[in-house]
Design a protein around this ligand. Sequence first.
Ligand code: DOR
Length: 425
Amino acid sequence: MKTLIKNGNIVYFDKIERADLLIDGEVISAIGQNIKETADEIIDATDKCVFAGFVDMHVHLREPGFESKETIETGARAAVRGGFTAVACMPNTNPVLDNKFVLRYVQDKAKEAGLAKVYPICSITKGENGELLSDMLSLYKSGAVAFSDDGKPVRTSQMMRLALEYSKAYDLPVLCHCEDMDLTNGGCVNEGYNATVYGLKGINRASEEVAVAREIIIAANLGAKVHICHVSTAGSVEIIRAAKKLGVKVTAETCPHYISLTDDCVAGFNTMAKVNPPLREAKDVEAVRAALADGTIDCLATDHAPHAHWDKECQFDTAAFGISGLETAFAVNYTYLVKTGVLNLPKLSALMTKNPCSVLKLPGKGIAVGEKADLTVVDLNKAWTVNPSKFASKGKNTPFAGKELFGAVEMTFVDGDKKYARDGE
Ligand code: DOR
């Protein structure tokens, strides 16, 4: 099967060029002006952008165990609808993704779904309970791409040190959910004005920052690599920036909601805005945006955390933490980072594809002849209003419902196969 994408703006990681692009089977076989080759399908991409398929290094697909929230199939469908050609899924499933049987199950389900590529992340500790290390190396050899206890922090510094010793010895990516649970102390929103006004228990920034500092200090002592998940505070940004300056091998990610929303969204006890770490304040949003622009934060991930409606339609303090993010991510990032002038498109592409691939050591050289045709076609001029009932994800939990965003994903190709095409909504 040959597909010719005509006249698109090809967004590389460092430039944009208008060209035709030919897909032959699974790979990009030509890029150039006026490609004349006959093809089974010709797509007119005039005024559209062609990106290397987005790679989300942090999603929760919930299967096995929480299929009422999401399955691998619905999550992978949401991924391609959001322009993602690959996702890495977190292990806070039931049973936890800490052994080869669950790993195999996730791999099989992903293959069966045949949509976005799904890369499993296994837990650092067995059962994510912080007491015993998982068999990291053997899980890595069986296809785990990274290790994380995401959803929870690794409780003790000694356990984190052990994990980083193994990760250093075998170059295994470790992704840290940074939270000091004693400081969180049952909080459910950012500690500040809104927590006070609504009588909700606050989570101080220190809960995140103490843990960010801990992971960085342990990694620095060992000379190991460490990746910090979902950065939400100005203080975390400062710590990571300082560590990078000192030569610590730290990378970091943030999420669309931390570059676009503040804790004002919890007004009226809006559980859709309840997420962990919590939405912070304008000064944090500014700091996180600046950190993306100057390279302190390397990656944009979604922390896609789908929940069933009953997990959110309840009292604020008992509602689940999390935002269903795959289907709004690109548009939120584009609207709040590119249209505002914080980033240009190639930089956004690197943050959503090249850099996550580099942290996870995935193939992801971007758009080039001979590379796998993992591609996302986007209409940047298209304004649309978020309607969660249209989501392919089972999780309709989004604080962006009703918001107007720019940039609609038109098509997503995985290994040359068109896995998603927008149907006009
Ligand atoms: O808000 C969140 N939801 N943050 C996490 O770290 C975990 C996630 C989930 O699994 O629902």
